[in-house]
Design a protein around this ligand. Structure first.
Ligand code: AMP
Ligand code: GLY
Length: 419
């Protein structure tokens, strides 16, 4: 069986690492892939958003299943096109991926179906938005409607910051058409937990919980990043909270999407916030999270390929999804300067030494292969993931792995797993 995974970061490396363990022994391709992925899969130089080239490659190479991992190709309708061409693909169609692609859609969905979330207003006119933020209370949250590489959300602490956020998004078009509309919403206070779920539209099976560290430096200081590390499970996500989420958030979201004739099949990511007033949804994603996947999939005992196939065939209810009763921690090793400008091309040493400690897997986010070595090729370079009996053991072990690895100007947080 031949599988093509679309994407090329740490999330895709983790998905491929898991698929490679399948008893179904798939032959794996990845487009575009990265240095680490090239050790497990044949990398193909096609951009993740190039739907025509992806379809052509899948046809020419008789790919049996294509897994679309990143948000952009999902929102652009890659899965729809594959289906139209008679090809099998895993991931939501565009009309369901809109739950991530449009914050206006997701907010309206939650309002209509009574799913708890922050109060909000939508504006398609810059002056009206400015007028509103001048008289609201602070902090307030200004969000571009569309996909903006995680940068379209601005927490404004005062009137000036709120005005600047609106102008940047709607007037300067810092995120292009993603900023045609803005959502201005109530600022919520609480810890954030991510829960990803497998769903075929009939059955929804949540994965184990995770938390990430978004800021660049220890103690949640510095700029927001794509994620500097993750851990699973969350210490806050109790059985009671899980039941509350199933009843008030997860199952109602699946049902709402069906009701809207936008059945969601794939991985639905719930970004949750634990407020004094109960759990609320901060955001939905239409895919696996990055770097949450790096700590969730190592705890999955069931064959991932079997789950993907069952979701496509709408037979998820027939699969028993099992998790290890352990913990996982992923420490991201980033290039000096990230999330601002950084250099690439430095040689990386010590990956094998780290993995030879056992219970450690180094997932590659941004690497290339040069001769016998890996070199840095992105802002986030590696995700050193350790599993242990509990979080403390996993944290300790992840940093034992980190100690073995080095490249010029490498930087990482020393407090991953502590929240
Ligand atoms: P989003 O892209 O909607 O997930 O927002 C990115 C991040 O901004 C979230 O993970 C939160 O840390 C923060 N955020 C978004 N919306 C709110 C809100 N209403 N209140 C507080 N923080 C928020
Ligand atoms: N880690 C957040 C995301 O994948 O969007």
């Amino acid at each position: 069986m031949k599988i093509l995974v679309v994407g090329g970061g740490g999330r895709e490396h983790t998905i491929i690492w898991k698929l490679a363990q399948s008893p179904l022994k798939p032959e794996i391709y990845c487009a575009p892939g990265n240095g680490g992925i090239s050790k497990l899969a044949t990398c193909v130089d096609i951009k993740a958003t190039d739907i025509d080239a992806m379809v052509a490659f899948a046809k020419e190479n008789q790919i049996d299943l294509t897994v679309v991992a990143p948000d952009d190709p999902l929102v652009l309708g890659m899965v729809d096109r594959f289906e139209e061409e008679g090809l099998r693909a895993f991931g939501p169609r565009a009309n369901a991926a809109v739950i991530e692609g449009s914050k206006v859609f997701s907010k309206e969905l939650m309002k209509k179906y009574g799913i708890p979330t922050a109060k909000y207003e939508v504006f398609d006119n810059c002056d009206k938005a400015l007028e509103y933020v001048r008289q609201t209370s602070y902090p307030t949250v200004v969000k571009a409607e569309g996909l903006a590489l995680g940068k379209g959300v601005i927490i404004a602490n005062n009137r000036e910051e709120a005005e600047n956020a609106v102008l940047e998004i709607m007037h300067d078009k810092a995120f292009g058409d993603a900023g045609n509309r803005v959502v201005v919403e109530e600022f919520l206070v609480g810890q954030e937990v991510s829960v990803l779920a497998f769903t075929d539209g009939k059955t929804l099976i949540p994965m184990v919980s995770a938390q990430d560290h978004k800021r660049a430096y220890d103690g949640d200081k510095g700029l927001n990043t794509g994620g500097m590390g993750t851990f699973s499970p969350s210490r806050l996500y109790s059985k009671e909270i899980h039941e509350e989420c199933m009843k008030n958030i997860f199952l109602p979201t699946m049902a709402a999407m069906n009701q809207e004739k936008r059945t969601f099949k794939g991985v639905l990511y719930f970004g949750l916030i634990m407020t004094a007033d109960g759990v609320k949804v901060i955001e939905y994603n239409a895919r696996f999270g990055d770097p949450e996947t790096q700590v969730v999939l190592p705890r999955l005992e069931t064959d991932l390929l079997t789950i993907f196939e069952a979701i496509i065939d709408e037979k998820l209810s027939e699969v028993e999804v099992k998790w290890a009763d352990n913990a996982a921690v992923c420490v991201v090793l980033a290039s000096g300067g990230y999330p601002k400008a950084y250099a690439k091309g430095y040689e990386i040493s010590g990956i094998e030494d780290a993995e030879s400690l056992g219970d450690i897997t180094v997932f590659h986010a941004g690497t290339a292969v040069k001769g016998d070595a890996f070199t840095t090729n992105g802002g986030r370079v590696l995700g050193v993931t350790a599993v242990g009996n509990d979080l403390d053991a996993a944290i300790r072990h992840a940093y034992e792995g980190v100690e073995k690895i080095s490249f010029k100007d490498m930087h990482y947080r020393k407090d991953i797993g502590i929240k």
